[in-house]
Design a protein around this ligand. Structure first.
Ligand code: PGA
Length: 253
């Protein structure tokens, strides 16, 4: 059985006071009506909140992680944060290769391959993001783009290491735009991703890896997306900032 996962990517949004309000409200909802679906909940706040999160989510099932890391273990990299530093906050996960990092910070598949190794060395579970732009889809090269993102960024891992990763398919044209991929469009790519995993690592391994969808998930469309056979959960941006919306999404499995 693959893990079902609802992951909140808060990006550069919630301040600490917002995070505290969110968690108070979210926990109240969980107490009133606990989840029956065993979904794993992971929140990705900004770096300065990671230590506080350790205390804030104590005694809950909520896990937390960082939105990025530097590939080096330590050194003269002003402004950067290492995997060791993230791990010592109690964080368990890290997002790697979000399209905003690829687009605005020019992160390449080769660089992301290094970040994945550093994350795993420090016992952080990588959530590796892939996805095509609108132009790439219109030019019908989206399968090729995703294959390349996976082969270069992730498939250098051994069979054991790949099972420690989560993959998120996030079509860039659906992120923050209100345009969600239809359940069938998302399923088509996610089954392609599982097929690539299967060719590389064997079916048994491919069947163990959770593949999330991300891009304008809302309470109103989560259930039909999560009902697809190769969609094991979501990486949620905008709708994860509101406790009630995110709670409704966690119930949609
Ligand atoms: P969105 O963002 O839900 O606001 O589209 C998803 C993401 O960027 O991870």
């Amino acid at each position: 059985m693959r893990k079902k996962i609802a992951a909140a990517n808060w990006k550069m949004n919630h301040k600490l006071s917002d995070a505290k309000n969110f968690l108070t409200e979210f926990n109240q909802l969980l107490i009133l009506e606990p989840l029956k679906n065993n979904a794993e909940i992971i929140i990705f706040p900004v770096f300065p909140q990671l230590f506080a999160f350790n205390k804030l989510v104590n005694n809950t099932h909520i896990k937390f992680g960082a939105q990025n890391l530097h590939q080096a273990e330590s050194g003269a990299f002003t402004g950067e944060v290492s995997a060791t530093m993230i791990a010592e906050t109690g964080a368990t996960h890290v997002i790697i290769g979000h399209s905003e990092r690829r687009q605005y910070f020019f992160e390449s598949n080769e660089l992301l391959a290094e970040k994945i190794i550093t994350a795993l060395k420090n016992k952080l579970t990588p959530v590796y993001c892939c996805g095509e732009t609108l132009t790439e889809r219109e030019n019908n090269i989206h399968f090729q783009i995703i294959e390349n993102q996976l082969k270069t960024g992730l498939f250098h891992l051994s069979k054991t290491n790949i099972t420690e990763c989560i993959i998120a398919y996030e079509p860039v044209w659906a992120i923050g735009t209100g345009k969600t991929a239809s359940p069938l469009q998302a399923q088509e790519i996610q089954s392609f991703i599982r097929q690539l995993l299967s060719v590389q690592y064997g079916k048994k391994t491919a069947d163990q890896i959770s593949i999330l969808y991300g891009g304008s998930i809302k309470p109103s469309n989560a259930a039909e997306l999560f009902a697809q056979p190769d969609i094991d959960g979501g990486l949620i941006g905008g709708a994860s900032l509101n406790a009630n919306d995110f709670y409704q999404i966690t119930k949609a499995f």
